[in-house]
Design a protein around this ligand. Structure first.
Ligand code: HEM
Length: 285
């Protein structure tokens, strides 16, 4: 009996959730809880990062191995202990609070919803602007403060199999490493540059071997990351070797220039790449 209970639990975990009216209502409620938590704990950057690190292990070429991707596996101790994931226990713990209240929602959906919710920390006018562009890109419905209605596509399966360590990018390396990692996910040069714009939020902490924010307003989601990249090194601001590679590589450079001068183009392209990242290996149920 114990064995069959274990197996049932195992299969329930591996199965895709049934995305019915109830599931969608639960997503809606979880979204409100996430929003409140992100506001009260002021933790948008780390929440964005945990979602990216869950998704960013994806290997599109895996045949028999572990594909990785946005499947909630980052919650496993073994994966949280990967050196690239230092500090992310806090984010996983915060998500546990929401999971406990909404157990039906898969971890995979929860983390990726967090990715969309990271913008909750923006000021109302910025939220409006962000949502408008996301909506234009067909990713997210207009959502103005109070009435959460992000067009988030749920239905991701959870996996309890963690991919091997080393699939996330190493900040000490350069352009060819970035291409190797992102191409493995099936992403493009444009995706690499625009998603790196996620560094508009938050900061590095000593534990990673780097320190400091990338921009002067690390709580504001805008194109200042790209403006700073073109400015060169500014005292008090960080540029990782992988960030610098975006300026040095001629193909990446063209996108950096575009996003530095055109915030709308950044928002539009970010929305598209962000959706791709959150849906790697995911086919809508
Ligand atoms: C933080 C590396 C791409 C979002 C960091 C940190 C490193 C890093 C070393 C500091 C971590 C710490 O000290 O705790 C990289 C590399 C990337 C990359 C090498 C390759 C392109 C991305 C992407 C996103 C992202 C694609 C999201 C779309 C963030 C955020 C933080 C961060 C929001 C700040 C977290 C916080 O304040 O707690 N990244 N990252 N990064 N990264 Fe990235």
């Amino acid at each position: 009996i114990a064995n069959s209970v274990f197996l049932l639990r195992f299969y329930a975990l591996m199965a895709a959730p049934i995305v019915n009216k109830e599931y969608l209502q639960e997503i809606e409620k979880a979204r409100r809880d996430l929003r409140a938590l992100i506001y009260s704990k002021n933790c948008a950057p780390i929440m964005l990062r945990v979602a990216w690190h869950d998704a960013g292990t994806y290997d599109a070429r895996t045949r028999n191995g572990i594909p990785g991707g946005p499947n909630g596996s980052i919650r496993n101790k073994v994966e949280l202990n990967h050196s690239a994931n230092k500090g992310l226990e806090t984010a996983v713990q915060i998500c546990e609070e929401v999971k406990a209240k909404h157990p039906k929602i898969t971890y995979a959906d929860l983390y990726q919803e967090v990715l969309l919710m990271a913008k909750s920390a923006l000021r109302p006018t910025e939220v409006m602007q962000f949502d408008k562009t996301l909506n234009l890109a067909g990713v997210v419905a207009v959502e103005i403060t109070g009435g959460p209605s992000i067009n988030f596509v749920p239905g991701r399966k959870d996996s309890n199999q963690s991919p091997p360590e080393g699939r996330l990018p190493d900040a000490k390396l350069g352009a060819s490493h970035l291409r190797e990692v992102f191409y493995r996910m099936g992403l493009s040069d444009k995706d690499i540059v625009v998603l790196s714009g996620g560094h508009t939020l938050g900061k590095a902490n000593k534990r990673s071997g780097f320190e400091g924010p990338w921009t002067k307003e690390p709580w504001k989601f805008d194109n200042s990351y790209f403006v700073e990249l073109l400015e060169g090194q500014t005292e008090g601001l960080l540029q990782l070797p992988t960030d610098k590679a975006l300026v040095e590589d001629p193909v990446f450079h063209r996108y950096v220039e575009l996003y530095a001068k055109d915030n709308d183009a950044f928002f539009r392209d970010y929305a598209v790449s962000h959706k791709k990242l959150s849906e790697l290996g995911f086919t809508q149920p």
